[in-house]
Design a protein around this ligand. Structure first.
Ligand code: HEM
Length: 148
C-alpha cells in the first residue's frame, strides 16, 4: 500500500475521531441545558456559548473527515468492486451520522429560542445514538463483511 494511501487513512481516522468527539459531547451539554432552572440565565448563556462553539468546531471537522473517506473510496478504490457490502452499509450509517449532526443544530436552535420541550432523559437517550453509530461504522470498516 502506498504511503499516500496510509497518510490519507490516518487523516481520515484523526478527523473522524475528532468529529465524533464533538457528537459525543454536544448532547451532554443539551442534557445540562435541559436541567438548568428557568431563572439561571448566566448558567444557560454559559452552556449555550459552549454548545455553539462546539457545534461550529465539529462542523469544521466533519468536512475533512468525509473528504478523506471519499478519497479512500473513489481515488484509492478501497471498497470498490462486487460484494463490498460493508462500504454501502457504512455509507448508509454515515448519512445517518450527518443527519444526527444536523438534528444537533436544530436542537441548539430550540434552546437558543427557548423552544426546547424535551426532557434531560430524552437527551440522555439521544446521546447514546452517536455512540452506537460510531461503534457500528467502525465494526463495518474493520471487519469488512462481504457478499459471496
Ligand atoms: C463519506 C464517508 C466515508 C467514506 C466514503 C469512508 C470510506 C473509508 C474507506 C474506503 C476506508 C479504508 C478502509 C481500508 O483501508 O481498509 C475507511 C477507513 C476508515 N473509516 Fe471511513 N469512510 C467514511 C466515513 C467514516 C466515518 C463517519 C467514520 C466514523 C466512525 C469512519 C471510520 C473509519 C475508520 C475507523 C477507518 C479505518 C479502518 C481501518 O484502518 O481498517 N469513516 N473509510
Amino acid at each position: 500500500m502506498s504511503q499516500a494511501y496510509l497518510w490519507v487513512k490516518a487523516l481520515h481516522i484523526i478527523f473522524v475521531a475528532s468529529w465524533f468527539a464533538g457528537l459525543f459531547y454536544l448532547p451532554r451539554l443539551y442534557v445540562n441545558l435541559a436541567t438548568v432552572p428557568a431563572g439561571s440565565h448566566a448558567e444557560r448563556e454559559r452552556l449555550l456559548m459552549m454548545a455553539r462553539k462546539l457545534y461550529r468546531f465539529c462542523s469544521l471537522l466533519m468536512v475533512p473527515a468525509l473528504f478523506f473517506g471519499l478519497l479512500l473510496w473513489l481515488y484509492f478504490g478501497i471498497g470498490k468492486g462486487p460484494g463490498q457490502i460493508w462500504l454501502h452499509l457504512k455509507l448508509l450509517l454515515v448519512i445517518g451520522a450527518v443527519g444526527y449532526h444536523h438534528v444537533c443544530r436544530q436542537l441548539l436552535r430550540d434552546f437558543e429560542g427557548l423552544q426546547n420541550r424535551r426532557s434531560h432523559r430524552w437527551f440522555r437517550v439521544f446521546n447514546e445514538v452517536s455512540v452506537l453509530l460510531f461503534a457500528a461504522i467502525v465494526c463495518l470498516v474493520v471487519l469488512k463483511p462481504t457478499l459471496g
